[in-house]
Design a protein around this ligand. Structure first.
Ligand SMILES: C[S@@+](CC[C@H](N)C(=O)[O-])C[C@H]1O[C@@H](n2cnc3c(N)ncnc32)[C@H](O)[C@@H]1O
Length: 255
């Protein structure tokens, strides 16, 4: 509670009264309209700062972003846009920085070959596993569930991707060196396996790092009023395969 009061006081000091009322209202609406947890009997809604997440690796901690869950409609929009043009069972869904696992629960309703969450914080990884258990015990979820879910507690920059086509999901999980290490790892995976590697990136604040590389190409983007919920779609191309991509072949989303 003390932290919340301090955050409001700091907001006021930084932005003044009007903006603080507006920010407070938006925050309250965001939380109030988030009925995912109630619907499925899970606990994914509580935001958590990086300093509270027990991330031991100090370099990874410095690049990490606090836990905030993706709103359900955002991920459903992304998945249904992408799966209009491709079969879920030919891809594994991998959320790098899965937090408390909300995206995994939603993705498991789409019949992916596998659904894997990768999370560096042991606290969040455990919460994600608990949520999978709670979710599977919920009758509404059991009816909808179509793929197996795994949670790995590891730095995304060190994760071994499953050998299948990948739909990698990022909701601004990390920045700087970790982001660039993940881009490099995906590129290597793509070159070594020849698998299709798509990256759906929500709130794509580090996408310039993909853009600067010759082995990633932006397929499409979908902008909404709040940049927080805008997303872009990238494809990793094999090194040297060139950047000329045919949007219709890739099944881009309308923006
Ligand atoms: C903004 S939250 C996104 C949560 C989840 N993907 C979602 O959309 O609901 C970012 C998450 O990335 C995790 N994270 C940060 N750095 C990481 C790293 N190097 N490897 C794995 N996870 C990381 C954070 O602990 C946090 O849970």
């Amino acid at each position: 509670m003390g932290r919340k009061v301090a955050a409001v006081r700091n907001n006021y000091e930084m932005f003044g009264l009007l903006r603080t009322v507006k920010d407070g209202l938006l925050y309250w609406l965001d939380q109030r309209h988030d009925d995912f947890d109630r619907k499925y009997g899970v606990r994914t809604a509580q935001w958590m700062e990086v300093r509270d997440a027990q991330i031991e690796d100090s370099a990874a901690r410095a690049s990490a972003v606090r836990y905030v869950p993706t709103p359900e409609p955002v991920l459903r929009h992304i998945l249904s846009s992408l799966l209009r043009h491709r079969a879920a069972e030919t891809y594994s869904f991998v959320d790098l920085g899965c937090g408390q696992g909300r995206t995994l629960l939603i993705a498991s309703q789409f019949a992916f070959a596998r659904v894997v969450g990768v999370e560096i914080s042991p606290l969040h990884a455990q919460a994600a596993r608990d949520n999978v258990r709670r979710y599977l015990a919920h009758p509404r979820a059991r009816r909808a569930q179509r793929s197996q879910i795994d949670v790995c507690c590891v730095n995304a920059a060190e994760f071994e991707f499953p050998d299948s086509n990948l739909l990698v999901y990022l909701y601004r999980p990390f920045v700087g060196p970790v982001f660039s290490a993940v881009a490099e790892r995906l590129s290597q995976f793509c070159s070594e396996t020849g698998r299709d590697v798509l990256v759906a990136y929500s709130c794509p604040q580090e996408e310039h790092m993909f853009a600067e590389r010759s082995d990633f190409a932006k397929v499409d983007e979908f902008r909404v009023i709040l940049s927080e919920y805008s997303w872009s779609l990238w494809r990793c191309t094999r090194a040297g395969a060139g950047r000329e991509l045919d949007r219709s072949d890739l099944g881009g989303v309308a923006s």
